[in-house]
Design a protein around this ligand. Structure first.
Ligand code: AMP
Ligand code: ZN
Length: 458
């Protein structure tokens, strides 16, 4: 079986084949570093970390995730805080990597910074002007969308409709309302670099095109990011790179993650519901956050709520509960491979809900197994599968000890629920109710459903 991915440009799942046999290049648009990453920003980081892990099993992967460290939002943050720009970007790059590491995100192979690639951006802009795809106007350099026939092919928009629907105030130096900035002039107090068009700074889109070319070559295999980036960011990256490279394709597969909402509302500063990873990791284990982010299929919307977190916590309780108390010698652990049905699910467009269902199937098998050798082998497979998913990275005893002070550990809860259900089956309703009350006192709500009894911490 080959790996299958949903390609935004094709609008469907397709078989993945790298340009060069055995080697894969992947570029993920990274954060603009002027504040803390919120839980929505963590979704692409975690999802594409998992895709990178899946790809590395089969290919030599070069994975680049950039830092946008020159941007008007950073300039504004500097004015507001009175802190130098470099201090702000250094601080938030460091915190971003620490926060993502807490979610099990492995460092990408390269983390290019926009400010270290200005020469490459200038060279690409010069090539675009020379080839007739860009023009200089009023100290700016703009990409001429009308000169590129395929503009709109990624986001499935037609330029004619875009222009007809444009209500934006058009700067008079633009030939066309959709022409976008490649380079713009900087006033003395703003960051700027000398260029053939005077002292200025790059537009956002050209940053990614230049960094992708420098580190991954003219045609990359996979370009990834959140769905909001399809237009205009990725459409513009595609236009620039393709035109600068005489029509060579820029990215063979475009993969985009869906959006995360909070309690069914859009996350926004004005609603005051922005959850920062930096704060969440104080009270929620990183693996719980990671699993919650992977609980929905990456292309589907994901709603974040207390229930999302609790459900991920319970899933990890089940996984850690299965391997707890089983000694797996280093050699068996090293020799183990992830469960094939989990690999198959992940290789099918990163189907994480299916992968988790298969993983639980393995945990159930282990719970039922009685022979020590069989238990050891199954536990080793559990750990190898966890390594692929970035889960089960801790010690099971520590996991259960980690229940917050005074909280009942999951094992005790499951035991009490088991006793209650036995009492009910024996029609000893007084004993069953007493157990339910005891759980309620400990802050555990239970619910009986067709698939048995589930519980959550209130
Ligand atoms: P930004 O720093 O705003 O460019 O965002 C960094 C990454 O996070 C981009 O890939 C965005 O698409 C992604 N992103 C931002 N908000 C959300 C959200 N609510 N859900 C999922 N992804 C998001
Ligand atoms: Zn980008």
């Amino acid at each position: 079986m080959t790996i299958r991915l949903h390609d935004t440009r094709m609008g469907r799942k397709v078989a993945f084949e790298p340009l060069v046999d055995g080697n894969v290049t992947m570029y993920l648009c990274g954060p603009t570093v002027y504040n803390y990453a919120h839980i929505g920003n963590a979704r692409p980081a975690v999802v594409f970390d998992l895709l990178a892990r899946v790809l590395r099993r089969r290919y030599t992967l070069k994975f680049a995730r950039n830092f946008t460290d020159v941007d008007d939002k950073i300039n504004a943050a500097s004015v507001e805080s009175g802190k130098p720009i470099g201090e702000i970007t250094e601080k938030f790059m460091r915190i971003y990597n620490e926060d993502m590491a807490a979610l099990g995100v492995l460092p990408p192979d390269v983390e290019p910074r926009a400010t270290e690639h200005i020469a490459e951006m200038i060279a690409m802009i010069e090539a675009l002007i020379e080839k007739g795809f860009a023009y200089e106007a009023d100290g700016h350099v703009l990409f001429d969308v009308a000169a590129y026939d395929n503009y709109g092919s990624l986001s499935k928009r037609s330029l004619r409709e875009m222009i007809a629907g444009a209500r934006v105030e058009v700067a008079d130096y633009k030939r066309n309302s959709h022409d976008f900035v490649l380079w713009k002039p900087s006033t003395p107090e703003l960051p700027g670099w000398e260029s053939p068009w005077g002292r200025g700074r790059p537009g956002w889109h050209i940053e990614c095109s230049a960094m992708a070319e420098k580190h991954l070559g003219t045609t990359i295999d996979i370009h990834a990011g959140g769905q909001d980036l399809i237009f205009p960011h990725h459409e513009n990256e595609l236009a620039q790179s393709c035109c600068a490279h005489d029509g060579q394709d820029f990215a063979r597969y475009w993969v985009h993650n869906g959006f995360l909402s909070i309690d069914h509302e859009k996350m926004s500063k004005s609603l005051g519901n922005v959850l920062l990873v930096h704060n969440l990791i104080d009270s929620i284990p990183g693996e719980v956050i990671r699993l919650a982010l992977l609980s929905a299929h990456y292309r589907q919307p994901l709603d974040w709520s207390d229930e999302t977190v609790e459900s991920a916590r319970r899933m990890l309780d089940r996984l850690y509960g299965a391997v707890r108390g089983i000694e797996v010698p280093e050699a068996s652990r090293a020799a183990a491979v992830p469960l094939q049905s989990v690999v198959d699910a992940l290789e099918d467009d990163l189907n994480t809900p299916k992968a988790m269902a298969e993983f639980f199937g393995l945990a159930r098998e282990l719970n039922k197994a009685t022979r020590p050798m069989e238990r050891e082998t199954l536990a080793a497979t559990m750990y190898a599968t966890g390594d692929l998913l970035g889960l089960l990275q801790g010690d099971p005893d520590e996991w259960f000890a980690g229940a917050a002070d005074g909280e009942l550990p999951a094992e005790a809860i499951n035991e009490m629920i088991g006793k209650r259900n036995a009492a009910r089956a024996a029609k000893d309703f007084a004993a069953a109710d007493a157990l339910r009350d005891k759980l309620a006192e400990a802050g555990i709500q239970i619910e009986d459903g067709p698939d048995g009894t589930t519980w959550r911490r209130a």
